[in-house]
Design a protein around this ligand. Structure first.
Ligand code: FAD
Ligand code: MLT
Ligand code: ZN
Length: 470
């Protein structure tokens, strides 16, 4: 493989082919649960260089792991331990290529960090409405690779709904120029949607044309105390009724999840945490004005308090207060990590069935594991729960994971199947869930997925063993 490394250096420049030193930023996943070993980390600076790298790896039979910000939660973006895989990191390709105000689109390199896209859109007077806690380091290529969700899906959909066109390097090292900004193009199979969510297993996204939206005249945030998940679902129904398309965020957070933020981030103020079993975080975006938005929120919250589905509520007075409330929500995963190793689930259930799913599954877990602690929070607006399981207080988290993780995953996923849900709502499958998927996905669907993989990547070069096992 030394010849391949020399060829890669000739293709992208020796400075952009890393083979020694501390490569943990590229080889270890964000959760610090998996560490692989790359043959090399290659950082191309252009689409042509990506294509050249793919052709060289294909000729040498070296598998490729496409990588953006490496914030994957499912071990999708790090190499395995074989030392044979080339990590192809896109972050040098971070240009905003064009903003077309009249077409309400922005064309960007795949390695653009999400936060920079949001800023570029805002600087141009528009909104790019994809928002997730990893936005400071995840890239739009990774967001498309995983079809990322985040906190505004209830109004704008996943990354898939925000994309109009792609530029992709295929497993053969050819470039598909699909960067159309067209909202309608019915000329055959939807290849764009095939690559979105394929987690680097079908092609390497090198650029994308994304939708832009008008900046709202006002955005307000409210934090409500809700007595149960049933009440939270009822509050969501009222929010849809009173706010309509203006509802751009609806998160739910369990009392224990919030207690971890209180414990590990004492500088953050967490309203109602001590007294309320659940809290909800709502965001309204208004095209008219802040007074109009505030009046809408007040009507909704009055109705909710009268109904009893909320027992208390605060509306942020200004942007700083709103950001502080979102900061609490976004810090739950970090607070969990500080509490110790935990078993994560990223599941989706029909919203109406979430209360029963949680009541039944909580009871099953409590029966199975004495003292088990449930960190339940997530994007209730689109039925996506992060239903995480923490080791019992004072327990050994390493032993807990070793002894319980497979059993807990099986119990939770069986419950998800029973309630008509999905075992992966937004994070994808990666290497982490590839063995679980066949138990919960239609065999007909899996056969079609394998047929597509064999057709587009017959050498099994791109992220082999992730998403679907051949
Ligand atoms: P990476 O992690 O580098 O890669 C992710 C996958 O995409 C891999 O399979 C990789 O091979 C593939 N890939 C990367 N770049 C390309 C490319 N150019 N072409 C083709 N395939 C590619 N996710 C959510 O959906 N919603 C959330 O709310 C959310 N919150 C998070 C909070 C935290 C604190 C963290 C750490 C992660 C969170 N995530 C969330 C998970 C993660 O941020 C997303 O999956 C994100 O889309 C990954 O982007 P990335 O650039 O880091 O991609
Ligand atoms: C989030 O919504 O915060 C993440 O998707 C969940 C996580 O990081 O565990
Ligand atoms: Zn999430």
């Amino acid at each position: 493989m030394t010849e391949l490394i020399a060829q890669l250096k000739a293709a992208v420049g020796a400075a952009h082919v890393l083979t020694e030193g501390d490569l943990s930023a590229y080889e270890q996943d964000w959760r610090k649960r998996r560490r692989g070993k790359a043959l090399a980390v290659v950082r191309p600076g252009s689409t042509a260089e990506v294509a050249a790298v793919v052709r060289l790896c294909a000729a040498a039979g070296a598998p490729i792991v496409p990588q953006g910000g490496n914030t994957s939660m499912v071990v999708g973006s790090v190499p395995d331990a074989s030392g044979r895989e080339v990590v192809l990191n896109l972050t040098r390709m971070n240009r905003i290529r064009a903003i077309d105000a009249g077409n309400l689109t922005m064309t960007v390199d795949a390695g653009c960090v999400l936060q920079n896209l949001q800023q570029a859109a805002e600087d141009a007077g528009f909104l790019f409405p994809l928002s997730l806690a990893a936005e400071g380091s995840c890239t739009i290529g990774g967001n498309l690779g995983t079809n990322a969700g985040g906190t505004q899906v209830v109004r704008y959909g996943n990354t898939r709904e925000l994309c109009l066109g792609l530029e992709v390097v295929t497993a053969q090292g050819e470039v598909w120029e699909g960067l159309s900004g067209l909202r309608k193009d019915n000329t055959g199979y939807d290849l764009r949607d095939l690559f979105i969510g394929s987690e680097g297993t079908l092609g390497i996204i090198t650029a994308a044309t994304m939708k832009l939206y008008p900046l709202p005249a006002a955005q307000l945030t409210a934090w409500a105390a809700v007595p149960s998940l049933e009440h939270a679902v009822k509050l969501l129904g009222l929010a849809h009724k009173y706010l309509g398309a203006g509802l751009t965020g609806f998160e739910v957070m369990g009392q224990f999840a919030l207690s971890l933020v209180v414990k590990h981030m004492p500088q953050l103020r967490v309203p109602f945490q001590a007294d309320s079993p659940y809290c909800a975080l709502l965001e309204v975006s208004d095209t008219e004005s802040e007074p109009h938005a505030r009046a809408q929120f007040e009507r909704l919250l009055e109705a909710a308090l009268e109904d009893g589905c909320a027992t208390d509520a605060v509306v942020a007075e200004n942007i700083a207060q709103a950001r502080a409330l979102w900061h609490v929500r976004e810090n739950i995963p970090l607070a969990q990590a500080q509490e110790g190793l935990n078993i994560k689930h990223d599941i989706s259930i029909p919203v109406s069935r979430i209360p029963d799913f949680c009541a039944e599954t909580d009871a099953l877990l409590a029966r199975e594991i004495a003292g088990v602690r449930l960190v339940n929070f997530g994007h209730l607006g689109d039925g996506n729960l992060h239903y995480n399981v923490q080791a019992p207080e004072g327990g050994d988290p390493v032993a807990f994971l070793r002894e319980q993780e497979a059993k807990v995953n099986g119990l939770v996923y069986d419950q998800v199947k029973k309630f008509g849900g999905s075992i992966s709502a937004e994070h994808g499958i990666g290497a982490l869930k590839v063995d679980s998927l066949p138990k919960y996905k239609s065999p007909v669907a899996l056969d079609m997925m394998r047929a597509l993989k064999r057709a587009l990547d017959p050498q099994n070069l791109l992220n082999p063993g992730r998403v679907v096992a051949l």
